[in-house]
Ligand binder design. Structure first.
Ligand SMILES: [Zn+2]
Length: 442
């Protein structure tokens, strides 16, 4: 079979001229759209009208971008409290699509789209995917959920908009996925990062060589927190480029921000999203390069405007808006976790992603791991279970355990228990999000 896209170099073409516009032009669009969004929410949504009145604010108080801090935050609980249609700000007949979260911890949250919203979402995903080297010549294999979740349809709409060939595979059926990725000659896979590891493992069992038998050149990954070390693993196992795509259902879905080929932070599509980084405790704005909660105001979401949405994701804003790729859109650092994922172990704050970073620096351990936090004699304890790579002999496990333990000690400021297990010991998830942290103290 002819190699489709392995020979295609990184794109230098921009999907939309706004990507490289002057800061002045970008700020002008943002301010116009912010004013529109606030006015629209105030005039057409009872929840926002009431909230703004309580705070003594009207749309005319928003004159500059920094006036946004006069508005209160919108939290996930507000979406739940207004379930199902209370956040919607257009007549229902204008809605053409609805999504909802699974609602495992309470009422689901509903997200709605007008036709114009879907067009915006599709073009933002196309812009993101184009930045990540996807073109009309690609076959995009979407191994993300399609029901309720916005992941699958986000990449689907983006791929269609680029004129690529889209395969709506969804999650599960890993052996069939391997066969189809190979037989169809898929060149791009959209998935959660852990699923790339799972696919590679099953391909190995089936005797499929990822580099020899597959045409894949790029993976577009998101929906769970992942680290640089996970990226290196995925890239070397598959022999591909892996890109981070950021978003969430409340922000249309994936495609609010993404990495360019420089792989140094994620460009935020500022003409559609106004981002702030605030102190997790006080809500006060933080300086660039300071880590805090990402707060996002979508600027074009007509069906469901959200003002200062508290994403709970932890990130920082870059100080500079120039990037070697030529784009002038601001960048955020890779998400290090969610504010409520933070583990407090004997008073020390630890992000699960920092445990992954330490673990995957070690040759010989696989990205299949889990962390168990528990209490014993009044003290917090942590046990890390990680599988060894296939090629590591069993007599090396003890040495590997000591190595990981010593490195983790420095991050956790405590002595963790580390167990290296045989490959296949830890349960696998076929395509969905993986729960790696088990906190038995809760
Ligand atoms: Zn860039």
């Amino acid at each position: 079979m002819e190699t489709l896209a392995k020979s295609i170099g990184k794109t230098t073409r921009f999907f939309d001229p706004i990507e490289t516009a002057s800061r002045e032009a970008i700020t002008k669009v943002k301010l116009e759209r912010l004013k529109w969004t606030v006015k629209h929410a105030y005039e057409n949504n009872p929840f926002y009208r009431r909230t703004m009145k309580q705070h003594g604010i009207t749309p005319s108080n928003i004159k500059t971008l920094s006036d946004i801090t006069k508005l209160p935050f919108t939290r996930k609980r507000h979406l739940r409290e207004n379930y199902p249609y209370g956040m919607i700000s257009v007549p229902l007949e204008e809605i053409v699509e609805l999504h909802a979260s699974s609602g495992t911890t309470g009422k689901p949250t509903v997200v709605a789209y007008t036709r114009g919203d879907l067009e915006n979402w599709g073009s933002l995903m196309a812009r993101t995917m184009n930045m990540q080297g996807v073109s009309s010549r690609d076959i995009v294999y979407v191994a993300l959920g399609y029901h309720w979740f916005t992941g699958g349809l986000g990449f689907h709409y983006g791929g269609l908009r680029l004129g690529a060939t889209v395969v709506p595979a969804g999650t599960g059926y890993t052996r069939r996925n391997i066969t189809m990725i190979r037989d169809l000659g898929a060149t791009v896979i959209a998935a959660v990062p852990n699923y790339m590891i799972r696919l590679a493992e099953v391909a190995g069992e089936m005797g499929v060589d990822l580099k020899r038998d597959m045409e894949v050149h790029t993976a577009l990954l998101g929906a769970e927190t992942w680290t640089e070390e996970m990226r290196s693993r995925i890239e070397s196992i598959w022999g591909i480029d892996a890109y981070d795509v950021y978003g969430m259902s409340e922000l249309y879905g994936p495609g609010a921000a993404g990495e360019c080929h420089v792989h140094d932070g994620l460009h935020v599509w500022e003409d559609h999203y106004l981002v702030e980084i605030v102190d997790p405790k006080t809500g006060e704005p933080l300086e660039p390069e300071e880590r805090g909660v990402l707060v996002v105001t979508p600027l074009t979401h007509k069906a469901m405007p959200l003002l200062r949405y508290w994403t709970n994701d932890i990130a920082f804003l870059y100080d500079s808006t120039s990037c070697d790729c030529g784009r002038s859109m601001q960048r955020i650092g890779r998400i290090t976790g969610r504010a409520d994922d933070m583990l407090v172990i004997n008073g020390v704050n630890v992000f699960p992603s920092s445990i992954e970073t330490v673990l995957l620096k070690e040759e010989g351990v696989s990205p299949n791991y889990r962390v168990i936090v528990y209490r014993e004699s009044g003290l917090d304890k942590l046990r890390l279970e990680a599988e060894a790579d296939e090629n590591v002999p069993k007599e090396k496990y003890k040495a590997l355990e000591r190595l990981v333990q010593n490195r983790l000690k420095e991050v956790l400021l405590m002595n963790p228990r580390v167990e290296v297990l045989e490959p296949g010991s830890i349960d696998r998830v076929d395509g969905g999000k993986v729960k790696r942290i088990i906190d038995l103290r809760k």
